[in-house]
Design a protein around this ligand. Sequence first.
Ligand SMILES: Cc1ncc(COP(=O)(O)O)c(C=O)c1O
Length: 408
Amino acid sequence: MFDETAVRSHFPMIQNHPDLVYLDNAATAFKSDHMIQVVNDFYLRGTSNVHRGDYGLSIKASNDFDHVRDIVKDFIHAKSSKEIVFTSGASQSLNWIAYSYGLNHLKKDDVILTTEAEHASNILPWFKVCEATGAKIEYIPMQNDGSIHMDDFKNAMHDKVKIFAIAYVSNVLGVVQPLKQMIQIAHEYGAITVIDAAQAVPHMPVDVRDLDCDYLAFSGHKLGAAGGSGVLYGKYDLLENNDPPLYGGGSNARFDLCGNILLKHAPFKYEAGTPNVEGVLSLGAAIEFLQSIGMENIFEHEKQLKRYAVQRLQPLTHVHLYNATSESGLITFNVDGIFAQDVASYLNRHNIAVRSGNHCAKILVEIIGTSETVRASCYLYNTKADIDRLVDALTDITLEKCIEAAMV
Ligand SMILES: Cc1ncc(COP(=O)(O)O)c(C=O)c1O
């Protein structure tokens, strides 16, 4: 049973801003008291470096830190905790994949297959790989609601496709892609599959073994961990048989005067430098909190809020919804005749936080016909009352009111 009141009671941001409707969860999420307590304890009682000290504090911090790898492993159903690399977020994870695997395996005329709906972090690194290797990008045809027909996907696959890189859930349209089938087909062509799960892992159950993806990336802050924490999942052989893009302390077993370097085994060879200890601890705590609620419950709650929002917004003829059917907590829209940013500022006057703009998916314009939209994104602590406040504010929005609101 999903107890909305109990869930909300764990988020100090909600207690501290009782009148705020926070619907910008796709950007970042509020933090639970459990996670704040774990980080606080580390700062107040546990501060020390990990894997570098032979004293009690450091040994405890190292054990707690290492335990988070197991927590993440279980959370995404990886085979081994050695497949979990800690990073600073989805962007770093995706860059790591591009620069460790992509740069070393792609050659001229190889193809990276992706979509026009990708976040900058899952396309710019691939542009750079193409620049360096002579590989090229191809895009899978998409419907204007962001969905992909399986026939279009099959037609887009061919022998030259070496990497298939895609967001599990689009950060603009919220479409959950049928990845399992896509990954199976991509593998039949020998392609490596790279999943940007930044908008998936915080909101729904994700099982990397069931998906059989090769790499998967997500950020900690979007699931309630501290900023600067994230995960790169990779099948062990891929991690082990490729070199990291960054070198430094902690990632090598030895090196000598002549420049010979012996790296540690994966995942440690990808974690050069002092890690973000408090970020990793916060990641473990945030995941534990989500697990105490249940990912199925969270996903179902968000889908219900989305359906409710669609049902209430559809009668508003001046509101254009771009993703009425996608099954996630993202509601993306425009108001006729008003710039997205002016709508967001107007909502802000009503103490409703949403995001406006292109949401870092700058080539999606070709698919949905507009570069700017307003995005309201739900998480486990949002309620139907939040949606009501959004819909009420949009019901009588006019350009004049937006101008008035901007002048106050
Ligand atoms: C789909 C998607 N991929 C990647 C990212 C990048 O995440 P981060 O900025 O936490 O690295 C985001 C962030 O909004 C996203 O929505």
